[in-house]
Structure formats: C-alpha cells, structure tokens
Design a protein around this ligand. Structure first.
Ligand SMILES: [Zn+2]
Length: 287
C-alpha cells in the first residue's frame, strides 16, 4: 500500500536514486501529483471494503479525529478499510485510510498518534514526494514521454504498478523521525497522551512476537529494530518537554475512551496527575 506505513521502516535511497536517474527527463507538477493521488485513491478504495458511516469503527475514527478536517490547506477525508491488516496511510489528496485491524490493536490515543504521524508525512510533503517518485519510475517503465494525470489518462495497470512502487519505497529514517515529531506535537496540542506514539510502537513490537499476528503484521515484520529507535526518540522528546511516562492504556475497541489525558505531574509518578505544566512544543524539522 502507500509508502508510509507507520510500521515499515526501510531505507530506500538506493531505489530512489535508481528511479531518479531513469526519469530525469520528465517533471510532474504538484497539481499533477494531486490528481494522481485522487485517481490512485479511487482505484484503491474500489479494491477495499469501506465501512459505512454508521459503523462503530467509522464512528470511532471520526470521533478521534473530529478536530482534523483540514490541514495544510488540504481537506481530509477519513475512511476505515475492513481488514485484519494492521496499518494506516495517507494520500496526497487528503485521503486518510485506516485498516480496522489497526483499530483493533490500538487505544484511541495511540490511534490519534499514529494518524498524526501520517498527517505529519502529509505536512512535510513526504507523501507528495513519494507519489512523484513512484509515478516517474513507473512512467519510465511504460515509456511515457509526457505527463498526463487527468482522469482517464492513467490505466488501471499503471495505478497497480504505482501502488507496488509506493509499497517498495518506504520513507527514509529521517522522514519517519520528523513525522513522529509532528505526531508528538499534535498530541501535546490536543490533550492526547504525549507518550501515545511511544506506546503504539511498543504495542506493535510486542504484537510482532505473536505468531498468530504474523500475517496481519507482515509489513511490520519486514522492519527491524529501528522501530525501537523511533520509540526511544519519542520517549526522549516527551522527557525533554517535561512529561512523565504514562502507563499504556488498555485498548478500548469501539467506545468509551475519551481521548484525553490528564496534565502530567512533573517528575512524579504517572497516576492521577493533578499538577499542570506549561505546554511546550517541539518543532518539526524539515530539511
Ligand atoms: Zn511514517
């Protein structure tokens, strides 16, 4: 599926460079990339079972992301794919897709953090760049001499190859760190547990040891100890901002979780934090 995969962390510089060399003659504008993303999503949505608006998963997702309908001048649209796969992704047209399998293993704060990570990739233009690179690589393979991404101009086969290319070219380590930093900032700004992404990554690492989860976590299993490094960095971010470690909440599948977090006591235990601390933010580096 699309290249983020919160869970998939493979350095793809070699593949990117090979592709870039092959297609340097073609250029594709931001507007064309946006068109491309829209068409890719029509195709991808058509291949998945989208849960209806009145489904409890959809309602839960809408509740968790209620305040995020527009970001970086992009209108976001959220849908849940009915699938045991544990993953989520964002497309450059503002489509955010969450697999119900991810929702089954995450609590509301963790889901917010994981989706915030995807939104970070959007804000940082990682998604745009990934689609652009994938398009150019596939276009070179198809011998396409002029970019045309208007509706109907791209074949189903091309879009299938594009999806494969996106899946093969994960974001870089640096992009993942920056998306994690954006997620942390979203959490802090929205009263969500700053440690939510830390807990989410730890939960995924824990699940990866369960043989019955192998298929569902196939993408995660491609990865390496790097997830642990991301978790460690998020923990450092939280500590630098003065937040005490929280205990991971149990997963509330469906309802009940209020998606809020008590202000943390500084340096104390993590039970019923009654003290407040000034909110700090961590800048999302881009470069
Ligand atoms: Zn990511």
């Amino acid at each position: 599926m699309a290249s983020c995969s919160t869970l998939k962390i493979v350095d793809s510089n070699a593949a990117m460079n090979a592709g870039a060399a092959a297609v340097q003659a073609l250029t594709i504008s931001d507007a064309q990339v946006a068109e491309l993303c829209s068409q890719y999503m029509v195709e991808t949505d058509g291949q998945n079972t989208i849960l209806p608006a009145d489904n409890s998963y959809t309602q839960r997702l809408n509740r968790i992301m209620a305040r995020f309908h527009n970001i970086s001048n992009l209108n976001l649209n959220y849908k849940v794919y009915q699938s045991s796969t544990v993953n989520a992704f964002a497309s450059g047209d503002g489509s955010i897709r969450i697999y119900s399998g991810l929702m089954d293993v995450m609590n509301d704060d963790e889901l917010f953090a994981v989706i915030g990570h995807e939104l970070g990739h959007l804000i940082n233009k990682d998604v745009r760049d990934a689609y652009r690179n994938a398009y150019l690589i596939v276009a070179a393979r198809y011998g396409i001499a002029a970019v045309n991404t208007t509706a109907g101009a791209i074949s189903t086969g091309f879009l299938g190859d594009l999806g494969q290319e996106l899946a093969n070219n994960a974001f870089s380590r640096k992009q993942e760190y920056e998306a994690d930093a954006a997620s942390f900032q979203f959490c802090v700004q929205n009263g969500v547990d700053p440690y939510a992404m830390y807990h989410a990554l730890n939960r995924l690492m824990g699940l990866s040891g369960d043989s019955s989860m192998k298929g569902r976590l196939a993408e995660l299993l491609q990865t390496h100890p790097y997830t642990e490094k991301r978790a460690a960095r998020i923990k450092e971010m939280c500590e630098a901002a003065g937040y005490s470690m929280t205990a991971p909440k149990t997963n509330s599948t469906g309802s009940g979780n209020t998606n809020t977090v008590s202000p943390k006591t500084n340096g104390g235990s993590n039970n019923s934090g009654t003290g407040t601390k000034p909110k700090k933010t961590v800048s999302t580096k881009k470069g």
